[in-house]
Design a protein around this ligand. Sequence first.
Ligand SMILES: NC(=O)C1=CN([C@@H]2O[C@H](COP(=O)(O)OP(=O)(O)OC[C@H]3O[C@@H](n4cnc5c(N)ncnc54)[C@H](O)[C@@H]3O)[C@@H](O)[C@H]2O)C=CC1
Ligand SMILES: O=C(O)C(=O)Cc1ccc(O)cc1
Length: 362
Amino acid sequence: MIKVAILGVGLMGGSLALCFKGKPNVYVIGHSNNPLSMDKYMKSNVVDHATTSMQEAADNADFIFLCVPVGQLESYFKQLSELKLKAGCIVTDVGSTKASIVAYAAQVALKGAYFIGGHPMAGSERSGVEAATAHLYENAFYVLSPAPHTPPEVYQRLVDLLSYTKANIIQLDAESHDEIVGAISHLPHMIAVALVNQIAGYNESNDLYQILAAGGFRDITRIANSDPIIWRDILLNNKKVVLKLLQDWGLAMEQFKLSIEADDGGAIEQQFESARTFRSKLPERRKGMLNAMFDVYVDVPDHPGVIGQIATLLGSNRVNLSNIQINESREDVPGILRLSFHNELDMDRAMELLKPEYSIHQ
Ligand SMILES: NC(=O)C1=CN([C@@H]2O[C@H](COP(=O)(O)OP(=O)(O)OC[C@H]3O[C@@H](n4cnc5c(N)ncnc54)[C@H](O)[C@@H]3O)[C@@H](O)[C@H]2O)C=CC1
Ligand SMILES: O=C(O)C(=O)Cc1ccc(O)cc1
């Protein structure tokens, strides 16, 4: 039996647990410091067993996943280093930053066990085991940062287990990881939060801001809804990288300001042109980026019953729909109904079925 211990069964840990639970020869144990979580873990059916004892979770485990906020990783790692672990056990984490935990692991030895840093680049603005899903990692990139002396067969053992997530494994050193992920994930989260708070400030004297912000603004600020503790820890942990990125961001905003002050239309156009060129080269989301959702937009006539018709058409053809959203405003979205699917196959099949009757966009 392969024993997999998940320490911290929230969005990420719970989703990993769901990928492993029920697989041949796999036993999943979930750990929380909070006794009240035991019942929740068992009721959500994500683990085979739940415990508040780290000793019990780690005892004889083949794999231990640290799925707690970044600020807790070192303390959890330290506690594991004081336990007797199974020889050859692989300890890994899912933290959004890699340099500090990889450096810590290089200093604090795990008796007979190996540490390989990890970061599944999939997730959402939601948190907690209630938001966990077995599909979260499908097609997403999953970064692994092994130490230089990690034996290849140990690395391969982790890759083999992670095949249950259906993620694309990519090996990257911890420093490069933090620089790149700082830019593509940490900076956008700060921008989204600052943007929402700026508009919230204006809204205090006129609530039309909030009312008119239902469409595009809502979409581009989705990540501002992310968990405050998780993000406090990420930003403080990736301090050096994030401060440099904020400096560059300030310069970029200053550039806009100067162009507008000087009525320099050419410079503004140039900014939009270069952004459009780079953005059009981004890989499509369906090939696996930060969100494991596959979305299509449908332009539907605004009459009751149409959602039912679409849901019935998809359901009767066994196409699994993960979410339907009605856009309150058409601004900035290609259709009024957003249909989300867990995988590309379902999305493509849905498009085939809907195309004859509706106008579809991606
Ligand atoms: N949310 C996301 O989309 C992604 C998060 N991550 C990383 O995954 C890790 C876990 O994040 P999520 O699963 O999103 O968070 P979550 O809030 O859903 O789960 C966190 C888990 O850690 C436990 N925990 C233990 N000590 C804690 C403490 N002192 N404060 C708060 N919670 C504590 C909680 O009980 C919970 O089970 C974090 O290190 C985060 O950086 C990585 C990729 C994506
Ligand atoms: O919701 C989104 O789009 C995200 O950006 C989720 C996310 C959050 C933290 C990570 O380290 C990786 C992915």
